[in-house]
Design a protein around this ligand. Sequence first.
Ligand SMILES: [Fe+2]
Ligand SMILES: [Fe+2]
Length: 197
Amino acid sequence: MLHLATATPPVWLRRALANLDEVLVDHAHCEKKAASTAINLMFRYQDRPQLMAPLSALAREELEHFELVLSLLRARGWAYGSLPPSAYAKTLFKAIRPTEPLRLLDTLLCCSLIEARSCERMKLLAEQLDDAELAAFYRSLLASEARHHSLYVDLALGEGFAKDEVFARLRELAVAEGEALASCPREARVHSNGPAL
Ligand SMILES: [Fe+2]
Ligand SMILES: [Fe+2]
């Protein structure tokens, strides 16, 4: 159960399949960013010790994914390099309320939705890729990313937020996530909005 409010349009998949090198470079950046986000939360919420071990394990796993993507890029002769940051997460994070502890709740739930979107799109790639190695790779990541989605929701529940409040806010932020995605430029990115016209 990924709690997404919108489904990825088929145009995104067509664009991604036609630009696999770009998608894979962007994917590497997404894994690195996911690790960095988890580590940033460890620094911001040092007064919440129960968050430390799960976030540390999550950051480690995302870095392992990053290294796997790097090795796939290397094997194909596709260059890893810098990319302008995607507008997606920045736009979604604007929905985060500024006052604690609501800021913590919203941040965890936004992270959970980003993981959910990655999982949804990796599933599409795993199902549709002709490249057997890449399809198997995306299949292997699906379970992790679905688990990360649930982990962030569980962390919110573990921080004392009521279940009703968590899931009501998750539904609201899922709408914001769909809007953030729809506002992204049309390019071949993991979190973009379909093809360039
Ligand atoms: Fe990952
Ligand atoms: Fe993840």
